[in-house]
Design a protein around this ligand. Structure first.
Ligand code: ACO
Length: 327
């Protein structure tokens, strides 16, 4: 019996920082509103000429370097993103070529902010069934390219970046991915939308400009569903693995809103100081948020062998999921 274990992590974000004070000059908002309603203080924004590929590749290279594994050994590349530079070649295909993983299967995966969890779930199934031996799972977004900078409801929330996890199939010694659960309720899809690829009809130029490329969200309605779904799916993986809530060493939630993170942590009775939060520095980076947090924890030396790590995410679709690991 094989089990998928994370052997390397990496992340990369743009150098350019956009603070709440900067946003006060763009839209009718205040640092006080943004911090108290979301927990965000600043976010990273890609400069002209920078691409998702740049950050995804840097994150992938860092994960490979940490693991001491050559790119040529990777036989599956999954990139969770809805903001790929090109429709195709996909970001995953370009990463496959850049790291020299010739012969590896590669595909992009679109599950909004839950994309990395979905990627872990798919890689887990490949690795446990001998479909692959080494899998690179990336989550990356350049949300700034799909942000309406005149809409204060959304433009204060998002940031850019990429994270990566390198997974290996190993003989089961109890360490690695214990379970990954993925859920969706498409009937609630209208709550968060990015209509860029609405190909049901040929759009006029005016429609394209008006509607094409911005994230729209009914945040208030989404909030309660996010709290409930994150708590339920986390509960589900813990219960099925026979692990008590107080045994969780690190809870790594998707960083969409500090108030959502705190509410879910309370519902799950996660011990104080055991929930990882970096939303203040990056905002909501969608599919990148969980792998960025995982890499920060890992590189800070805060993950000890045997630690129980619970990752959970929620996003447009609506999609949500959780992954449980024994480090
Ligand atoms: N600055 C100042 N005021 C603002 C701002 C702003 N940036 N944005 C909204 N407001 C105002 C609103 O206009 C409203 O004013 P009104 O009362 O006069 O009408 C008031 O603040 C309250 O607005 P709400 O939308 O009710 O604010 P809320 O407390 O719900 O916070 C937020 C909004 C931060 C979006 C929150 O609802 C949220 O985080 N929702 C969940 C987001 C989420 O989890 N999304 C899923 C992942 S994203 C993805 O998949 C891409």
């Amino acid at each position: 019996m094989k089990r998928a274990r994370i052997v390397g992590t990496g992340m990369a974000v743009p150098d350019k920082i956009l603070t709440n004070a900067d946003l006060e000059k763009i839209v009718d908002t205040t640092d006080e509103w943004i911090v108290s309603r979301t927990g965000i203080r600043e976010r990273r924004i890609a400069s002209e000429g920078e691409s998702l590929f740049d950050f995804a590749l840097a994150a992938a290279e860092r994960a490979l370097e940490m693991a001491g594994i050559a790119g040529s050994e990777v036989d599956l590349v999954i990139c969770a993103t809805f903001s790929s530079d090109l429709v195709f070649p996909t970001t995953s295909a370009r990463i496959q070529a850049a790291i020299g993983a010739s012969g590896a299967a590669a595909f992009d995966l679109s599950a909004a902010c839950t994309g990395f969890i979905y990627g872990l779930g798919i890689a887990d199934r490949f690795l446990r069934t001998d479909g692959a031996r080494t899998a690179l799972v990336l989550g990356g977004e350049l949300l700034s390219r799909f942000t309406d900078w005149t809409d204060r409801d959304t433009c204060v929330l998002f940031g850019d970046g990429a994270g990566a996890a390198l997974l290996r199939a190993e003989d089961d010694a109890g360490h690695g991915l214990l379970d990954v659960r993925m859920h969706c309720d498409g009937s609630l899809g209208d709550l968060i939308r990015l209509p860029a690829c609405d190909n049901r009809k040929s759009p006029s130029l005016g429609e394209l400009e008006a509607d094409r490329s911005f994230i729209k969200m009914r945040g208030n309605e989404t909030f309660k569903i996010a709290v409930r779904s994150l708590a339920e799916v986390s509960d589900e993986v813990l219960k099925d693995a026979g692990i008590a809530h107080e045994e969780v060493n690190w809870f790594i939630p998707h960083q969409a809103n500090r108030r959502i993170i705190d509410a879910v942590g309370r519902r799950l009775e996660i011990r104080d100081g055991h929930t990882y939060v970096n939303i203040d520095r990056y905002g909501n980076t969608s599919a990148a948020s969980v792998p960025i947090a995982l890499d920060e924890l890992n590189r800070a030396g805060k993950l000890a062998k045997g630690d129980i790590v619970l990752c959970a995410a929620f996003g447009g679709g609506l999609v949500w999921g959780a992954g449980l690991l024994r480090w």
